[in-house]
Design a protein around this ligand. Structure first.
Ligand code: ASP
Ligand code: MG
Length: 411
């Protein structure tokens, strides 16, 4: 007997027929003698619809009300799934974040879970009940709890709900059911010969998730890694093995490179003619950090004359306007000559634990791109990844080229 958390994404609960199929899956796991807790997302498209309603009424809305509105999707799907389970003779009930409670900080719209009290759930699970938990939501509890407000965990946050529940319940496994059947060496829509990975390490998955692979919310992987939750990504539509996310020593096949990702969510900013003096980076990046803008890749060119230089960096696409506003307001203080924004860029990354012990991995990337006349604009590296920024039009070509260059193609 095992204790399992099963999480079902929006496409898996998109209508009543699908909810019934999910219920069958849950019931099968429970009938096999396991203790099961379920975490659900809102029905496909529902969160977007609710977000759009908020934006329509007020583009700059109060984020506490936003949370109260967008959390509603999961209230519906958890209730429906509980009903479907009851119809199959399974004892089940729905749980909202505040009822458990799942407590969070007060960063509405992207709150972080601070604690979960799973005592009651655990008792009921032992007694054979299946809790169906609304993902994506918690209770922001700054003061006395009756003043607590509903908080959401950021888009894709029900993955994090599931992992956090698995940690709190000390579950043996957390199965994330989604519309893809695992983690691939590259986006299969771009690379036809992409392979499904049997296993991937937490570290690699973390890089993959934050570098563009959209299978899991990045925070969920962080949390799984921290609490050593055994995670599995698998399809709710096909009965095939998924991808296990494991500790390094559990991974059998150890390629140098495990995957290639791309992210179009990047924008490049170049400041031309920046005075080359101590403190200039702090003057530029301090205000961006204060505005909550995450700067990712940075290059500063050498100055030929020792007086001025160019500074290039990337920010999330959605923050470009705010970044250029902030920097324009500071043009006197910084003293740059010109600001050049560029939205037509993509970040391509090569990820693999093996990089730590193999030389020449970066060189292979640069060579393969050069052979295809793809110009590299910015480079950044960490222990287990290399990222380059290239013109967006080369996305497909770059990903395919690198997938072959590292021998990842399916034979
Ligand atoms: N329903 C929420 C969203 O679409 C949470 C989730 O699906 O993970 O972002
Ligand atoms: Mg998701």
């Amino acid at each position: 007997m095992a204790r399992i958390v099963q999480k079902f994404g929006g496409t898996s609960v998109r209508d009543i027929a699908h909810i019934r199929r999910v219920a069958e899956r849950v019931a099968a796991e429970a009938r096999a003698g396991n203790e099961v807790a379920v975490v659900v997302s809102a029905m496909a498209g529902e969160t977007n619809r609710l977000v759009d309603l908020c934006t329509e009424i007020s583009p700059l809305h109060d984020t506490r009300e936003y949370d109260s509105i967008v959390a509603a999707g999961e209230q519906v799907s958890s209730g429906l799934l509980a009903l479907a389970l009851q119809q199959l003779g399974v004892t089940a009930r729905s749980w909202l974040g505040w009822q458990i409670p799942v407590l969070t900080d007060e960063m509405h719209g992207k709150a972080r879970i601070t604690s979960i009290d799973a005592t009651e759930l655990r008792q009921r699970m032992t007694a054979g009940e299946v809790p169906v938990i609304a993902g994506f939501q918690g209770l922001a509890c700054g003061g006395p709890s009756r003043h607590g407000r509903i908080a959401t965990l950021g888009r894709g946050g029900s993955d994090t709900s599931a992992v956090a529940m698995a940690a709190a319940l000390q579950a043996d496994r957390c199965d994330i059911y989604t519309d893809v059947d695992g983690v691939y060496t590259a986006d299969p829509r771009i690379v036809r010969r992409a392979r499904k990975l049997q296993a991937i390490t937490y570290e690699e998955m973390l890089e993959m998730a934050s570098l563009g692979a959209k299978v899991l919310q990045t925070r969920s992987v962080e949390m799984a890694m921290k609490h050593r939750v055994r995670l599995q990504v698998l399809s709710s539509f096909a009965d095939v093995p998924g991808t296990l996310i494991v500790d390094e020593d559990e991974k059998v096949e150890q390629e140098v490179v495990s995957g290639i990702t791309y992210s179009r969510d990047e924008a490049k900013v170049t400041l031309i003619g920046v005075p080359d003096r101590p403190g200039i980076a702090a003057t530029i990046f301090g205000p961006l950090a204060d505005a909550g803008i995450n700067v990712d890749m940075i290059v500063q060119n050498v100055s030929e004359d020792g007086r001025t230089t160019d500074m290039t960096f990337t920010v999330p696409h959605s923050d470009l306007a705010r970044a250029t506003d902030a920097l324009t307001a500071l043009s006197e203080t910084i003293g740059y000559a010109r600001l050049v924004p560029d939205e037509n860029v993509v970040k391509i990354s090569v990820i693999g634990m093996g990089m730590r012990s193999h030389a020449g991995v970066a060189q292979r990337m640069f060579k393969a791109l050069a052979e295809n006349a793809i110009n590299i604009q910015v480079i950044s590296t960490s222990e287990i990844k290399i990222s380059v920024l290239v013109a967006e039009q080369y996305t497909e070509l770059a990903v395919r080229t690198l997938h072959s260059a590292y021998g990842l193609d399916h034979l």
